[in-house]
Design a protein around this ligand. Structure first.
Ligand SMILES: Cc1cc2nc3c(=O)[nH]c(=O)nc-3n(C[C@H](O)[C@H](O)[C@H](O)COP(=O)(O)OP(=O)(O)OC[C@H]3O[C@@H](n4cnc5c(N)ncnc54)[C@H](O)[C@@H]3O)c2cc1C
Length: 424
C-alpha cells in the first residue's frame, strides 16, 4: 500500500501551528497538525492564563479564515494606548505618550480599533473548533515528532506512537524550545533578559474604557490591558477587568510570587496606581521567564520555521504572536502560488520567497523590542530624563504618532493577501 503524502506537516499546535494548519487547510493544502499534548487540554482555563493583543491586521486574517465570528464577542477593542515612565513608587511621570486609534485612520480602516485583547483560551478554542471542521486537516495529537528525515523529494516524520508520516514540507511551529531548528543545524541569536513576566487578571472599580496602559517601572514594563467582561459576577458591569503583564527582575519576581494574598495585593496596587479606583488581582498568578531567540535562517531543505520557533521576542510591545500571524499569511500565500503553478511547494525557491518576505519585518521587531526593554527597564537618572523627554516629544508630533500607531496595527510594509483580509 502506498503511504499517504501530505502537502504540509505542522509540528506544534500552539497559537502559531494551529493557525498555520487552519490557513493552509482552508486554502486547499492537505495538512497534518501534530502536538504532543491532547488538543482539548490547550483550551482549558488552567493551561494558559494570558491574553493576546491581536493587531488590527491580524484580526483581518482571523476573519478571512473564519475564526473571528466566534472571537468577536470575547474581544475587547483597544481604542487608546497610554505609555508613561514611572519610579519605584509606581507614580507615573507627567511626561507621557498617548495614541488614539482615530489617528491611524485612512479610508477603509477609518477609526478601526488598534487591536483587540482576547484571552488565549478563547483563541485556542476558536482555532480548534475550526480545525475540527476543516476537511483538509488531520489532527495528530497527542503524539510527538521524534525524528525528521528530509530528502530531495519528501519529508518523513517518525512519531512517538510509531506512525511515520510523509509530507512535501514540514513546518516547525514548536515554539522557542523546539528541537527541529537545532537538529537542522540552524543557529540562533538567543539570550535571557533575566526578567520574569507575572501575568494575572485584575478587577478595578472604574471602567477601563478600552485604554491600554504601559508603565515603565525600573524592573520592567507593567502593562494594563483592557479585557472584555462577558460574565460580570460582582454587579459592576463591563470594562472592569484588565489583564496584567507585570515584568520584574527574575529574583524579585520569584519573591513576589511567593507572597501571601494581602502582601501581594499591596505590592500590586502600589505599581498599578489608583487611576481606576480600588484594584485587586483575581484568580491565579502565572509567570513566564523572558528571553529572545532569533533563528539565523527560517528555512532548510523541505523545512520552514514559523512563529516563536523562528523568533521569540520580549512581550513589551505585545507583538510576538502578530509577527507569527504575518509569517503564516506569507507562507500560505507562497505555497498556494506554487501549487497553482503546478510547482513543488517544498522546493528551495518557494521557501526562499517566504524567508525573504519575512526577514526584515521580524528583524525590525526583534531589534525594537530588545532596545525598548534595555532603554526602559532601569532607573538610571540621565537615561530616564532622555526617554521621558523622548516620549513627550513624540506625543507632540502627530505624523510620528500616526507612524507608530500604523506600525502597531500591522499596516506597514508589503502585506500578504490574508493580512489584507483576502483569500490567498
Ligand atoms: C507574558 C506574555 C505575553 C504575551 N503577549 C502577547 C501579546 O499581547 N500579543 C502578541 O502578539 N504576542 C504576545 N506574546 C507572544 C505569544 O504568546 C507567542 O508568540 C506565542 O504564544 C507563541 O506560540 P507558538 O505556537 O509559536 O509556540 P508555543 O506556544 O510554544 O507552542 C508550541 C507547541 O508545539 C508543541 N511541540 C513542540 N515540539 C513538539 C514536538 N516535537 N512534537 C509535537 N509537539 C511539539 C508544544 O507542545 C506546544 O503546544 C506574549 C508572550 C508572553 C510570554
Amino acid at each position: 500500500m502506498t503511504q499517504k503524502r501530505f502537502d504540509l506537516a505542522v509540528v506544534g499546535a500552539g497559537l502559531n501551528g494551529s493557525l498555520l494548519a487552519l490557513a493552509a487547510g482552508e486554502a486547499g493544502l492537505d495538512t497534518a497538525l501534530i502536538d504532543r499534548v491532547p488538543l482539548a487540554s490547550l483550551t482549558e482555563a488552567g493551561f494558559d492564563g494570558r491574553t493576546t493583543a491581536i493587531a488590527y491586521t491580524s484580526q483581518r486574517l482571523f476573519k478571512a479564515v473564519g475564526v473571528w465570528d466566534e472571537l468577536a464577542p470575547r474581544a475587547e477593542p483597544i481604542l487608546d494606548i497610554r505609555i508613561s515612565d514611572a519610579g519605584h513608587d509606581g507614580r507615573a511621570s507627567p511626561l507621557f505618550l498617548h495614541f488614539d486609534h482615530r489617528e491611524a485612520a485612512e479610508d477603509e480602516d477609518a477609526a478601526a480599533p488598534m487591536g483587540w485583547i482576547v484571552e488565549n483560551r478563547f483563541l485556542r478554542a476558536a482555532l480548534l473548533r475550526r480545525l475540527q471542521a476543516c476537511a483538509n486537516v488531520e489532527l495528530v495529537a497527542p503524539d510527538e515528532a521524534l525524528d525528521t528525515a528530509r530528502s530531495p523529494d519528501k519529508v518523513e516524520i517518525t512519531l512517538k506512537s510509531g506512525r511515520r508520516l510523509a509530507a512535501r514540507l514540514v513546518a516547525s511551529a514548536e515554539g522557542r524550545f523546539g528541537t527541529m531548528r537545532e537538529d537542522a543545524g540552524i543557529g540562533a541569536r538567543a539570550w535571557s533578559y533575566g526578567q520574569i513576566a507575572i501575568v494575572l487578571v485584575a478587577r478595578h472599580d472604574r471602567p477601563h474604557r478600552g485604554v491600554a496602559q504601559e508603565k515603565f517601572l525600573p524592573g520592567g514594563p507593567f502593562a494594563i490591558l483592557p479585557m472584555q467582561d462577558s460574565e460580570p459576577t460582582d454587579g459592576k458591569g463591563a470594562e472592569h477587568r484588565s489583564s496584567i503583564v507585570w515584568t520584574e527582575r527574575a529574583s524579585i519576581a520569584r519573591r513576589l510570587l511567593e507572597l501571601d494574598a494581602p502582601r501581594f495585593q499591596a505590592e500590586f496596587a502600589r505599581r498599578f496606581g489608583d487611576f481606576l479606583g480600588h484594584v485587586e488581582p483575581v484568580g491565579p498568578r502565572w509567570w513566564f521567564p523572558l528571553g529572545l531567540v532569533h533563528a539565523e535562517r527560517y528555512i532548510d531543505e523541505r523545512m520552514v520555521l514559523v512563529g516563536d520557533a523562528a523568533h521569540g521576542i520580549h512581550p513589551i510591545a505585545g507583538q510576538g504572536y502578530n509577527l507569527g500571524v504575518r509569517d503564516i499569511a506569507a507562507l500560505v500565500e507562497v505555497l498556494i502560488d506554487a501549487k497553482r503553478l503546478g510547482l513543488d511547494i517544498g522546493a528551495a525557491d518557494t521557501l526562499e520567497r517566504y524567508a525573504r518576505w519575512r526577514r526584515a519585518d521580524n528583524l525590525t521587531m526583534v531589534a525594537a523590542t530588545d532596545l525598548l526593554n534595555r532603554l526602559f527597564s532601569n532607573d538610571i537618572k540621565p537615561l530616564r530624563l532622555v526617554r521621558d523627554v523622548g516620549l513627550a516629544a513624540v506625543n507632540r508630533v502627530p505624523p510620528l504618532r500616526k507612524f507608530f500607531v500604523r506600525h502597531a496595527m500591522g499596516l506597514v510594509g508589503d502585506l500578504p493577501k490574508l493580512i489584507r483580509g483576502e483569500r490567498p
